[in-house]
Write a protein that binds this ligand. Structure first.
Ligand code: SF4
Length: 287
């Protein structure tokens, strides 16, 4: 299976059809597509134990986070825009990526948290295979923006233990305007369905640490710019009981000042209204 899996991922990596953009970039010739990743080697900006993630990822030892460079979305408010949009990072070898995973495990991290992994799936799967042969056993977390192709996700079955997609927008028009992607809402819902079929709902062990499953992140934006009421309703309707972290930490950064409706933080009224609404739905609220 592993060879077949790698062959299939290699096949859709150049011309690249890894994500819903399907831009067919000849990445093995160092040509970049929409995401601007100019290589099929791993490209990362940093790694280390992260203590700012959800409590069930962090525990005592932290979440072993690896930040991959660039992104297949172009969110005008991205809080990591230096990495995701400006391309801060460097190309490393697959063997080095495997070593990083083992270093994070040795440091006591509870999981390997792959941030913005989508364009890097080929090198990630190769590195996980190498690291597992040398004893990697902690859960692998796929931390993405939700704009994922079901076909590609199917190739990750058995590799990923925890899926942590954003569900950014309840209406695709918002995704076009603020993240420059088409059909976001429909595509993310299909992706979440596939993720759930692979690993089920979020499971947290008696030690308070996540073992497997799916949980969703949704960032509340000012003036309901993310169509959050609709987004939460869609999640509850399509996936009753799904775990959702509703986040309040939005602040205007990167290009957000150019968009008046998102040029401020959310206020107390917006926050309490969405929490009240979420409480009326069949959702499992986590943080
Ligand atoms: S991963 Fe990048 S190059 Fe590949 S289809 Fe998506 S945006 Fe295009």
């Amino acid at each position: 299976m592993e060879n077949q899996r790698l062959e299939e991922i290699e096949n859709i990596s150049s011309p690249c059809r890894l994500c819903p953009h399907e831009c067919k970039a000849e990445r093995n010739e160092k040509k970049a597509g929409f995401c601007r990743v100019p290589t099929l080697e791993p490209m990362i900006s940093s790694y280390g134990p992260h203590f700012g993630e959800e409590s069930f990822l962090v525990g005592r030892g932290g979440s072993g986070t690896i930040f991959f460079t660039y992104c297949n979305m172009k969110c005008v408010f991205c809080q990591n825009y230096d990495i995701s949009q400006l391309g801060y990072g460097k190309v490393i070898k697959v063997e080095d990526l495997a070593k990083i995973m083992l270093t994070l495990q040795k440091a006591g991290c509870h999981n390997i948290n792959l941030v913005t992994p989508t364009p890097h799936i080929l090198s990630i799967v190769k590195a996980i295979e190498l690291a597992k042969a040398k004893g990697l056993h902690i859960p692998i977390v796929y931390n993405c923006g939700g704009y994922e192709s079901v076909k590609t996700l199917k190739l990750l079955k058995g590799v990923i233990d925890i899926y942590m997609p954003d569900f950014k927008y309840g209406e695709s028009e918002a995704g076009e305007e603020l993240s420059k992607v088409k059909n976001y809402t429909e595509i993310a819902l299909q992706a979440i369905e596939e993720m759930l079929s692979q690993v089920g709902h979020l499971e947290i062990g008696p030690d308070g640490i996540a073992r497997k499953g799916v949980f969703i992140r949704h960032l509340i934006m000012p003036n309901d710019a993310a169509s959050s009421f609709k987004a939460l309703e869609l999640l509850a309707e399509n996936f009753p009981g799904i775990a959702v972290n509703i986040m309040d930490q939005y602040y205007p950064t990167y290009l957000a000042e150019r968009y008046p409706k998102i040029s401020r933080r959310i206020n107390a009224r917006e926050w309490s209204e969405i929490l009240k609404f979420a409480g009326s739905l069949r959702l499992r609220i986590v943080s």
